[in-house]
Design a protein around this ligand. Structure first.
Ligand SMILES: NC(=O)c1ccc[n+]([C@@H]2O[C@H](COP(=O)([O-])OP(=O)(O)OC[C@H]3O[C@@H](n4cnc5c(N)ncnc54)[C@H](O)[C@@H]3O)[C@@H](O)[C@H]2O)c1
Length: 335
């Protein structure tokens, strides 16, 4: 498919994006390339801009996420929401749209649904993070939250960690756990999915820790303490550390912490998140390129605070756009 810049706009719906058949391995490679470019200084990304429109759920958000990767010729902006009320009404928690722009003229090239990219790039970044920072012999995964991210995070890990034997699973919803176990044990019959009744049991003894619950602030939701974290564990939460007691992240539990973007981490800190961190975590991209050391011993406990970046989105949007043109998929609209 050939589009005329300034006249045609490509629209990609949720289904059209799924039909592009992009694999987790492709996405992990793409994230590695993007973080390499980030570490080399070939990217621009202001911190997410947040709106909070529902008083009862102050963690709910509408985020605007612009980003540019000069060496990959891509620029654009995502507007994405995460709403508890959406979940209550039976819609997915995350929804939104992406606009990809031409890097020479700023003219819009495509508008696409952003659910797939938000979901899959987050799992791919976790896969990449584990590849770079986790002990390769990690066998036991702890997972809290068995929704959309609970699935894709495990897909990301399974693509790179070849020794996973057991996944201990906790969710506050019994129905969510049942559906999860049924679906995931069919995909990974070699893995023992073990449902735990107490949330602590999904943390204690794990080599890799995933937490993927809504960021909405709930009284009593923070429970993870340093003594629950096993030696050598790599913690990979994607929910802004809502389950961690604040002191767990500041009082020497973790030998090192990494984040997907230091600037954005600082922006979140200014908004009141991660308030007990005395130092800004290292850049994940610098661990990817070896600019900073990653894991230096089997025993060290490592924390990663991947908040989600516009850079991961823009790299993904460009890949979706290129493959859609190649495969002649999508809807062409007049600009
Ligand atoms: N860092 C990133 O790049 C990124 C990207 C996408 C989503 N996220 C975050 O991932 C998290 C999960 O998103 P999702 O789309 O999977 O949501 P989801 O609604 O699909 O799943 C959330 C699951 O958590 C469970 N849950 C809720 N409260 C819980 C609690 N207190 N204890 C245990 N389980 C609980 C729910 O029952 C549900 O199964 C959100 O915080 C979201 O903002 C982060």
């Amino acid at each position: 498919m050939k589009l005329e810049r300034g006249k045609d706009l490509l629209y990609l719906s949720q289904q059209q994006i799924v039909d592009l058949n992009i694999t987790m391995e492709q996405m992990i490679d793409l994230m590695e390339k993007m973080y390499t470019e980030k570490s080399k200084g070939n990217t621009q990304m202001p911190s997410k801009i947040a709106l909070h429109t529902v008083k009862e759920f102050p963690g709910d958000f509408v985020h605007t996420m612009p980003a540019y990767i000069s060496s990959m010729d891509c620029a654009g902006v995502k507007i994405v929401s995460g709403y508890e009320n959406a979940r209550k009404l039976g819609y997915p928690y995350i929804s939104g749209l992406y606009m990809l722009t031409d890097v020479e003229t700023g003219i819009p090239l495509a508008i696409m649904d952003c659910v797939w990219m938000t979901t899959v790039r987050t799992g791919a970044v976790t896969g990449l993070t584990a590849k770079v920072l986790a002990n390769p012999d990690s066998e036991i995964v702890g997972l809290i939250g068995t929704g959309v991210q609970g699935r894709i995070q495990v897909h990301g890990l399974m693509a790179v960690m070849k020794n996973i034997k057991t996944i201990k699973v906790f969710d506050q919803s019994k129905e969510a756990v049942e559906a999860y176990i049924k679906e995931m044990s069919e995909i990974y019959p070699e893995v023992n999915f073990e449902v735990v009744d107490k949330r602590e049991d999904a943390v204690i003894g794990c080599d890799l820790l995933l937490s993927c619950v809504p960021c909405s602030v709930e009284p009593g939701i923070e429970f993870i303490t340093g003594d629950m974290i096993k030696e050598g564990c790599t913690a990979l939460p994607v929910d802004d550390l809502v389950l961690f007691k604040p002191e767990t992240c500041s009082e020497g539990t973790f030998a090192k912490a990494f984040t997907d973007d230091q600037g954005q981490f600082k922006g979140f800190k200014d908004m009141g998140f991660f308030r007990t961190f005395k130092e800004i975590p290292f850049e994940l991209g610098d661990a990817v390129t070896g600019k900073v050391p990653g894991r230096t011993s089997h025993e060290e406990k490592i924390l990663t605070v991947n908040i989600g970046t516009g850079l991961a989105d823009v790299a993904t949007a460009k890949l979706l756009y290129d493959i859609a043109l190649e495969k002649d998929l999508g809807t062409v609209l007049p600009l």
